[in-house]
Design a protein around this ligand. Structure first.
Ligand code: WTA
Length: 658
């Protein structure tokens, strides 16, 4: 099963047998100990739907209670709590005002060291003002609003303001290019963009407004207005009649706004993610089910309590930033930290200084960041007081045991639990992860599914893989509330991508995994043509389409290769129109193509390696032998049978030997 790319990971994790129990201190204060967790699992096993229904009643504030928990009549388009009405922003803000009004909701620090904060009362007022502002611009429930912003509190305010009036937001990561932005606006049919004059990163200004202008000049005709936050203060074009300043819009608005009571299934947001075709898909999430997942996992996995300062380093442009910056922690009335900037400015101690200065107690980041900071040495974390930290988390890609151990030893001082959390844009919230006061951890394993999540590993025919350490497809057997509802505008693709493989019986995650003898899950990686570069999903076909859009490129094939820090790196084989470039010309063109991909998609998609060849390795039926390209990219000996190739002689050239 699966690709050769999993092989190394399998080797490294098979030899991994260290087990770390939660400390007695942690267990003593934990929300869930082993007995409580067992009780939740037992309740979910006995009555899976009733289990979620009880939690939905207890954890969420409803304007109209639901009477039916799960509607399966149109499966796999499941509906949860469908006749109930609620509002996500009321759950995140209003319900805390009486008890936590003066508590800090958001602490913020910019790269240059500027800080500010919002109490729950202040956040509520800002969200209401913007919600009124959006209404004054004609935005109504169901309208799509694209948010293209830096990691500042206003990004969360924008998301919450949309939720308040029932508008559907689609946040586009600020690192995506104007072209990507335009494609997403067009697919979503958005009426409004909320952006900023720019953002700060690595000492530079990210030209967000310029990208918006370029996107709107190239298309995206559904956009009527652009609301622009003044963040950097540098000069940017302002188009009269279309553009508005955030502060001017806000200045005229009342700081109260009645929420739109929406049905539980009302879409809260679309978030575009890469799949195995060239076109990113708009993952559609619901209001109530989504919020329930985000809320509960904060309690179960992060053990979130009132006195915590929770820092999830993810940008709000990704699902992690939705569920664990903008929604889950606020729904729990927690204090979060947001940081706008690079982890290495002014040096590799920045994250640890932020933890110290803001009294961070729970820290959640990605393996790529851990590996990058690990490489820069132990001396940086050693300079800061990390004694407030009590829990560490990891997300986005498999964490290699070496990085896990560094995190454990140097940041966790060998005491703190590490929660390695497996989930996806599509799952909405964490699915497989240790409950830190109850489940012993093993470096590199996300351990066991959470209560109510029926994960399994199955073979090609859909049968559970019973043998320990044997790989298979990761699937989820039963629907869960925070699951995606569909792909925006393409329900057929939703069914085909996630359900059809095993006859619509269960959700197919697109990852391969195995279980060890203790039933712990080990995620091996994607089984489709999706790469995971620095924890970001990237479709190989997306990069290929970007490359062939360049006038010099006739054909391109993109594969991943292992990368020490990024996890995976992009390796592109490129066939040019005309003669194959060599020497200085090849170098020049490779640079041009990298910049071209950055312009088409975003800097994260830039190929690390570009190799020019006369042809791609194709079978006689014209199929590109991708496995062969993967072996070449990894510098492995070629073991595949190349005799079926139409052009076997090309292999040496692709391998850079001719
Ligand atoms: C991978 C991010 C191993 C996986 C929340 C999944 C992981 C994809 C882990 C989803 C983990 C995420 N261990 N692999 N703890 N977490 N992945 O949609 O391949 O950006 O399918 O969601 O990341 O990426 P996405």
């Amino acid at each position: 099963m699966s690709s050769a790319k999993s092989h190394e990971t399998i080797q490294s994790v098979l030899s991994e047998n260290r087990v770390f129990d939660p400390t007695a201190d942690f267990v003593a204060r934990a929300r869930l100990d082993a007995a409580k967790l067992d009780a939740l699992h037992a309740a979910a096993a006995k009555d899976p739907v009733g289990f979620w229904a009880d939690l939905a009643k207890k954890e969420l504030a409803w304007q109209t209670p639901f009477t039916e928990a799960l509607d399966e009549s149109n499966a796999p388009n499941y509906r949860w709590f469908a006749d109930g009405k609620t509002n996500v922003s009321v759950n995140c803000l209003d319900r805390h005002l009486a008890t936590r009004g003066d508590k800090i909701a958001i602490r913020f620090e910019g790269e240059k060291g500027d800080t500010r904060h919002y109490t729950y009362k202040q956040l509520y007022a800002e969200v209401c003002k913007l919600a009124n502002g959006l209404k004054s611009l004609g935005i109504r429930a169901g309208d799509r609003v694209v948010i293209y912003m830096p990691m500042v509190p206003e990004a969360v305010i924008a998301m919450q303001a949309c939720a308040r009036i029932g508008a559907v937001h689609s946040v586009v990561f600020g690192g995506f290019s104007a072209t990507s932005l335009k494609d997403r606006i067009e697919d979503a049919g958005a009426r409004l963009v909320i952006t900023a004059d720019g953002g700060h990163r690595g000492g530079n200004i990210v030209e967000l407004k310029k990208a918006v202008d370029d996107a709107l000049a190239a298309g995206a005709k559904t956009i009527e207005k652009v609301v622009m936050l003044k963040r950097t203060g540098h000069e940017v074009p302002f188009i009269e009649g279309r553009d508005l300043w955030w502060h001017e819009l806000m200045a005229q608005q009342a700081d109260r706004c009645d929420p739109a009571w929406v049905e539980a299934e009302h879409p809260l947001f679309l978030l575009y993610t890469s799949g195995s075709t060239g076109k990113p898909k708009g993952i559609q999430h619901s209001s109530a089910g989504y919020l329930l997942g985000a809320t509960l996992t904060c309690q179960w996995v992060f053990d979130l309590r009132d006195d915590d300062v929770f820092w999830c380093t993810a940008d709000v442009g990704w699902i992690t930033g939705h569920s664990y910056v903008a929604y889950g922690p606020l729904s729990n009335g927690a204090t979060i930290l947001m940081y706008e900037g690079a982890p290495t400015v002014p040096d590799a101690g920045r994250f640890w200084k932020l933890c110290q200065d803001h009294g961070v107690t729970i820290f959640y980041t990605a393996p790529t960041a851990i590996r990058a900071l690990m490489k820069l040495g132990d001396s940086f974390p050693a300079q800061y007081d990390l004694s407030k930290l009590r829990l560490l988390g990891s997300v986005g890609e498999p964490i290699n045991p070496e990085a896990w151990m560094w995190y454990h030893r140097v940041i966790g001082k060998e005491k703190l639990p590490i929660v390695d959390t497996w989930w996806q844009t599509e799952t909405g919230s964490i699915m497989i992860a240790p409950v830190p006061g109850a489940v012993p951890t093993k470096p590199g394993s996300c351990t066991k599914p959470l209560p109510g999540i029926f994960a399994d590993v199955v073979d090609e025919s859909g049968e559970p893989v019973k043998e320990a350490n044997a790989g298979g497809y990761l699937v989820i057997r039963k629907p869960w509330p925070s699951m995606l509802r569909t792909i925006w505008g393409d329900n057929e693709r939703y069914i085909k991508t996630y359900w059809a493989q095993f006859g619509n019986k269960y959700y197919v995650a697109g990852d391969s995994a195995h279980r060890d003898a203790d039933g712990y899950f080990w995620i091996m990686g994607r089984v489709d043509d999706v790469l995971n570069v620095s924890g970001h999903r990237l479709g190989t076909m997306e990069v290929e389409s970007a490359l062939v859009a360049h006038p010099r490129v006739a054909e391109a094939a993109v594969v991943g290769r292992p990368h020490e820090v990024k996890g995976e790196a992009v390796f592109a084989f490129v066939i040019c129109k005309g003669a194959r470039p060599t020497g200085a010309e090849a170098e020049q063109l490779a640079k041009e193509l990298r910049d071209h991909v950055a312009k088409q998609i975003g800097a994260i998609a830039k190929p690390d390696d570009i190799r020019f060849a006369d042809n791609l390795p194709k079978t006689r039926s014209g199929k590109i032998m991708r496995r062969l390209l993967r072996s070449i990219a990894r510098g492995e000996a070629i073991t595949q049978d190349t005799s079926t190739l139409e052009n076997p002689a090309i292999v040496d050239q692709l391998a850079g030997k001719a």
